[in-house]
Design a binder for this molecule. Sequence first.
Ligand SMILES: O=C(O)CCC(=O)C(=O)O
Length: 205
Amino acid sequence: MEVFPGAFHLPGYLTLEEQIALARRCGTIGGEPAGFYTPTVRYGARMRLQMVCLGLHWNARTYKYEKVRSDYDGLPVQPLPDDLKALARRVAAETGMEVSPDLCILNSYTEEGRLGLHQDKDERAETIAAGYPVVSISVGDSAKFRMGGTRRKDPLRTFILRSGDAFVFGGPSRLRYHGVSGILPGTAPPQLEIQGRFNLTFRQY
Ligand SMILES: O=C(O)CCC(=O)C(=O)O
């Protein structure tokens, strides 16, 4: 469903089996060296989530991408697996858009998790100008996902992103402000055997 021009909510994109596999995979990735950590941003605040980047690391101090986690432990970033790239391409194609993702930010939210309103604007200027979409896939607990306009003060709409949902924003929606205002605890399908939520955002640098 197109919710803004160039922004699409695809409820239930993943089957339950795919959700189970992806949730396990996220747990494994997060437990590897260069796994989950809590970023501290530029002005010293700790983010209310855990993060791991694949392909390229997003430095929370400089807001730039790099190959090693120089704002945290200096470890080289884990690679972005081909099958996950292919999944993101498939999701984008479903909305009529193309993307060649070379990085993914995997966030893990507990029931206290939040992500403030922001724009995804640290990728290359050319990529953003071309409108290559960000592809978001969620598993686990549902989240209150907010999206507004290209100015912080623009009115916001709230979408409940449930386990297995995809959300794609590109073209004229590529720079819309968005964030997560809350997690709905205990809403993950019980078969996933997880508490909390994983969200993967695939991007083309
Ligand atoms: O968790 C989400 O649904 C959104 C994640 C996000 O906005 C981001 O990683 O930039």
